[in-house]
Structures are given as C-alpha cells and as structure tokens.
Design a protein around this ligand. Structure first.
Ligand SMILES: C[S@@+](CC[C@H](N)C(=O)[O-])C[C@H]1O[C@@H](n2cnc3c(N)ncnc32)[C@H](O)[C@@H]1O
Length: 322
C-alpha cells in the first residue's frame, strides 16, 4: 500500500518553492481559487506562479491522497498490474504522476498534458531534482487536441479534471482517453453528488464500449445506489504547517472525499465487495453497507461469530472485503 502523504522529494520541492514566498499572499490566492471552485468555476483563475503554488499548497496534498487511495484499490484487485507508461490528462502540478510513480515502481515513461501554463511550469519545477521524474514529457494544450497526438499508455489518469469541461465534451474526452488506454484508465473526482454523477456517466459510457471495472465496483452492472445516496470514499491526510497556514485551518489533518473508477480492458478476476460507509460497530454486531457482485447489501456480523466479528471490526470505509 502506498502512503497517502506526499513523498519526501515532492515535499522538499514544494518547501523549496515556498522559501521567500509570503504565506499571507499564498493564503489570499488560495482562498480566491477555492471560492472559484466552490462557485463552479475551474482552474482558469490560476494564471501566475503565485496562483499555481497557492493551488498546489492548498490542494495537492488532498488530490494526491485521493489518487493514491484509488491506485491502492486498483493494485489490490490487480496485483499483477505493472504499467510501464503513464498518461496524466489535465495533470496540473503533476499530482497524479507523483502518486502513480510511488504506486508503480514499473513506470518509466511519463507523459503529462494540460492547458494551464502556470501549472505546467510549476510541475516542471517540482520534478527538476527528482531522479525518477525529471525526464517527464509535459505537453501544453487543450486535452482533446493533445490526446489525439499522444501515444497510448498502459495507465491513463484524469484526476479532478473532467469536472472542468462540459457534459458533451466529457463524453468525447472519455472515448479519447479510452482509445489511448492500453490497459487501465483511472478517473478521480471530488466525492460530491456531482463528481459521482460524472464518474457514473463515464463508467456506463465506457462499459458500453467494452471496459470492465477494476475498482471500486465488484461488477460491471448499473450502480445500485439510488439518489440522494451516492458512492464516494474518504482519505485522511496530515496537514503540514504551510498547508494549515495557506488554508487558514486549525486541525492537523483533513479528510478528502473523492469518487473514482478504474476501468480495464481485460475482465477482472478478483471481485471483492466494497465497504461503502464506515461500518457501525456495536456490542451485538457489526453492520456494514456493501456493494457486492449481486448489488447493495447491509451485512450484519454478530458478535457470537467470534472470528468473523473480530475481522469485521477492522473493516474501513473503502475496503475491499471477501
Ligand atoms: C483541478 S485541476 C487538477 C490537477 C491535477 N490533475 C490534480 O489532481 O491535482 C484541473 C486541471 O485540469 C486542467 N484542464 C481543465 N480543462 C482542460 C482542458 N480542456 N484541456 C487541458 N487541461 C484542462 C486544468 O488546467 C487543471 O490543471
């Protein structure tokens, strides 16, 4: 399992960028960028180096943690998966690339693409001293146009990206990303009902084109959840001092909610049920909400079934269980 915390090399690179940089300025820019996101806008307000760094300080730890949790779930269900090449679509500061590099030591070939110059420049700065990532190719341009020219990769990732484009474009982008996927496509979105809706639409569209779900769902059927319920997960991450200052936050940690789907070309053998919420543990039993190969289930494990109860007590939201 890869740790959800930023790797030491990336932390050091971010700290280096922070030297001589006003935290108050960064906090101000970060608040403005966050407000744009909350109002439904995208990363178009990120224009300068300061904006890009403020974005990275405020959001990179959380999006890194969410992508890492998704890749951990994928690797658990596909222990044989050893991708050689990565295509990071809407790569921004390179978050998903750093995460995939940690999760898969087999990766040697990294291509990133994004339309935002300030984020691209920051990403290239952050990898400058990395032995593994300094040779990345980072293409500048609109995702669909850049994808048409890109080589296919074993692993294609779009993290916190598809929500920045319109519905019709999302379908076209999904098809293009799938065309460029040799093996697995991972899409990660915020864990909101809207983020889930985008994931579920892309999932259905690509299953109709022959994709199979590797995670989180243990089936390729329609999602059994009914609105207002939605499938999402949470990942806890520690906040550094700079992270707290930029976010104006007091708590030493945050919980990032995310939704994701990993789609593969070959049918997946391991189809473990997925824990869809934190199980409720009482003295009598453990009650868990599960997505199973046969649909939604609420499993009760009574205390008298000692060994089963002991293992059910360890279940966590997002776990794959058999
Ligand atoms: C919220 S950021 C996420 C960045 C990164 N993937 C991460 O997880 O931290 C969204 C990224 O998608 C990029 N993006 C949005 N629409 C795009 C498009 N049509 N073509 C290329 N990049 C796009 C933005 O420039 C931005 O870098």
């Amino acid at each position: 399992m890869t740790s959800p915390e930023l790797p030491a090399e990336l932390k050091a690179a971010l700290d280096g960028k922070l030297r001589g940089f006003s935290r108050t300025d960064a906090a101000g820019r970060s608040a403005a960028i966050s407000k744009t996101y909350r109002d439904g806008g995208g990363s178009t307000t990120i224009r300068s180096g300061t904006d890009a760094l403020a974005y990275a300080l405020a959001r990179m730890p959380a999006t890194y943690a969410a992508v890492t949790a998704s890749l951990n779930a994928l690797a658990e269900n596909r222990p044989d998966f050893a991708p050689g090449s990565l295509l990071d679509v809407g790569a921004g500061p390179g978050t998903a690339t750093w995460s995939a590099a940690e999760a898969f030591r087999s990766l040697t070939d990294f291509t990133l693409l994004d339309a935002n110059d300030a984020l691209r420049t920051l990403a290239l700065d952050l990898v400058r001293d990395s032995t593994r990532l300094r040779g990345i190719a980072y293409e500048r341009g609109e995702a669909r146009a850049a994808l048409v020219k890109a080589d296919a990769a074993d692993l294609v990732v779009a993290s916190y990206m598809i929500g920045e484009i319109g519905d019709a474009e999302q379908r076209a982008l999904a098809e293009l990303m799938w065309q460029k996927t040799h093996d697995t496509l991972l899409v990660v979105e915020p864990g909101t009902p809207a983020g889930y809706a985008r994931i579920i639409a892309l999932r259905a569209h690509l299953i109709a084109l022959g994709a199979h779900v590797a995670a989180p769902c243990p089936h390729d059927s329609q999602c059994p959840l009914q609105a207002p319920d939605w499938c999402h997960f949470t990942q806890r991450l520690q906040r550094s001092r700079a992270h707290k200052q930029v976010k104006g936050a007091a708590l030493p940690y945050e919980d990032e909610k995310f939704a994701y789907v990993a789609l593969t070309r070959a049918a997946v053998v391991r189809r473990a049920s997925r824990v869809l919420a934190q199980p409720v543990v009482s003295k009598v039993d453990v009650t868990a909400k599960l997505c199973t190969p046969d649909g939604l289930a609420f499993r009760k494990v009574p205390r008298r079934a000692k060994a089963d109860y002991a293992s059910a007590r360890r279940w966590r939201w997002g776990d794959a269980i058999t």
